[in-house]
Design a protein around this ligand. Structure first.
Ligand code: AMP
Ligand code: MG
Length: 503
């Protein structure tokens, strides 16, 4: 055992049939340097203190694995913007091992931007520092919000330029995930099985792997594969509801970017919404709005239908029966999503759960958000402050620039809220509102500012932002300068309307 990797064990993906991966060639970075190392996550994973050694730096920059091990790149397919692509795979990523954390959960340790693999197609296998830091910020923001997500252990600058339109500093991200199996991995397995006309050999192997790792209670059970599918459906329904509750737009919900473990994964042109707009998209390549804010639940369900198609042969020997069972299970998505969203909104609004009057009030809330384009985060934050005893104007100020009609609608909303909550004997109201309405989110303009500064070698804004995102439900330290206010929405000139796929 070497000092650099004694906490890493061989990845369990190696036990899958060889079709599922390829050796990832090692391409060491010329001058690796730590940009960020996530001490908090390292501790959660049970890494030794002072784990960030020069040896680990080499390893996490794409350097050679120890003990004659070999890194692997995973094969997968995917529907990208609805288009079938039979072979994607980790074009610029490598699985370097696994960690069993003190909580007993096994996590993949995965490098992104570590060099071209067999699946690189025409890509260079590299990643820009900005793109990797963006994933670092957003995944840590998600974790702070207690939303299931892959995590980021480190970003290492490689010292080599990456060429997009111009030269950018290159970097490697270390991603920690419960799983890197995607819906697209199952599509790959099923497609290979069909191509070879060999029965569901690969599909079953992959499903067994996922069940053993994430749903051991279903192993060897009658209908275990269907129960596995139902669990994936339920997790995705909850996950998308959680995104909606914080105004998160994933941006590229291709089937290869949807995890079987129910974690948010692959943060490219994603963003938290400032002004409410249900049709908001951020990705510069999503002109049709396929992955807009209010499309995320139907798209998740569409992706899960692709997963069901791949799993069909495992559901029943009779095709018609298998299809019926898959459809029945997928029909569970919508009610699970609606329930998770409804419960979440009741908490955000401080409503007594499952009160008959809540539904109309919530429908009115969406109408008000739509008509006013109020800042999504501040809307709930100011309502929380109002519930805590602040004056109505702090909430109504949000609508100052809207039409007289909308201002009236806002005043009525507040009056209705008072009516609904007065004397309802619900002592946990304020605690629930405080715990579900973030004060600090990774606002787009702050992310851009942090990335621009990091590109110039100044990490202070990034570190400050990440520190605040760890505890998003707590008041941040008062800003030294007004431009450091992490709560405030962007001024018009700061607004970021689009996030380029600049990867
Ligand atoms: P993503 O948009 O990051 O989800 O990537 C979609 C697919 O393109 C995956 O198969 C990636 O491995 C691949 N890919 C993205 N960027 C690169 C790159 N610079 N070099 C090689 N493959 C890439
Ligand atoms: Mg991807």
């Amino acid at each position: 055992m070497t000092a650099t990797s004694h906490f890493l064990r061989e990845t369990s993906y190696r036990a899958l049939p060889p079709e599922f991966f390829a050796a990832a060639t090692v391409s060491p970075a010329p001058a690796p340097e730590w940009v960020v190392f996530n001490d908090g996550l390292a501790a959660e994973l049970g890494l030794p203190e002072n784990a960030a050694t020069p040896g680990l730096l080499q390893l996490l920059s794409g350097g050679p694995p120890s003990e004659g091990r070999e890194n692997i790149a995973l094969a997968y397919s995917g529907h990208q913007f609805g288009q079938w692509n039979p072979l994607l795979g980790d074009g610029r990523a490598a699985m370097i091992g696994e960690i069993v954390a003190p909580d007993g959960v096994t996590y993949d340790v995965h490098l992104k931007g570590s060099g071209p693999t067999k699946f690189a197609r025409r890509g260079d296998g590299r990643a820009t520092l900005s793109a990797m830091l963006r994933e670092y910020i957003v995944s840590e923001a998600m974790a702070g919000l207690k939303i299931p997500t892959t995590r980021a252990l480190a970003v290492v600058a490689t010292g080599a330029p990456v060429y997009r339109e111009t030269a950018h500093p290159g970097a490697v991200l270390t991603r920690i995930a419960r799983s890197h199996v995607r819906v697209g991995t199952f599509e790959y397995a099923a497609n290979e099985d069909a191509r070879r006309n060999q029965g569901p050999v690969l599909t079953r192997a992959l499903a067994d792997h996922c069940i053993a790792r994430h749903f051991p209670e279903f192993a060897g059970q009658k209908d275990g594969y269907l129960a596995f599918y139902a669990s994936v459906v339920a997790r995705q329904a909850r996950l998308v509801a959680q995104w909606m509750l914080v105004g998160f737009i994933h941006g590229v919900m291709n089937t290869d970017n949807m995890s079987i473990a129910g974690e948010s994964i692959d943060f490219g042109p994603c963003a938290f919404m400032d002004a409410y707009n249900r049709r908001q998209v951020f990705s510069s390549i999503d002109a049709a709005g396929r992955y807009a804010f209010n499309r995320q639940a139907p798209i998740a369900s569409w992706n899960l239908a692709r997963l069901a198609e791949a799993l069909l042969p495992l559901f029943d020997d009779d095709d018609a029966v298998a299809l019926r069972r898959a459809q029945e299970t997928l029909e569970g998505f919508q009610p699970a999503y609606v329930a998770a969203l409804g419960q979440g909104l009741e908490r955000k609004l401080g409503l007594k759960p499952r009160d008959a009057a809540n539904e109309d009030f919530i429908a009115g809330m969406w109408r008000l958000l739509e008509n006013s384009k109020a800042d999504f985060t501040l809307f709930f934050r100011r309502l929380t402050l109002f519930a805590a005893g602040s004056n109505a104007p702090a909430f109504l100020d949000l609508f100052a620039e809207t039409s007289a009609e909308t201002r009236e609608e806002a005043a009525k909303f507040l009056a209705d809220w008072r009516g609904l909550t007065a004397g309802d004997d619900f002592p946990s109201r304020l605690a629930l509102m405080r715990a579900s309405n973030p004060i600090v989110i990774a606002r787009n303009h702050r992310v851009e500012q942090a990335l621009n500064a990091a590109n110039e070698g100044d990490l202070a804004p990034l570190l400050r932002l990440c520190a605040a995102l760890k505890t998003p439900f707590e008041d941040p330290a008062p800003p030294e300068k007004p431009e450091d206010d992490l709560e405030a929405p962007p001024r018009p000139e700061e607004r970021v309307v689009e996030t380029f796929c600049g990867t």
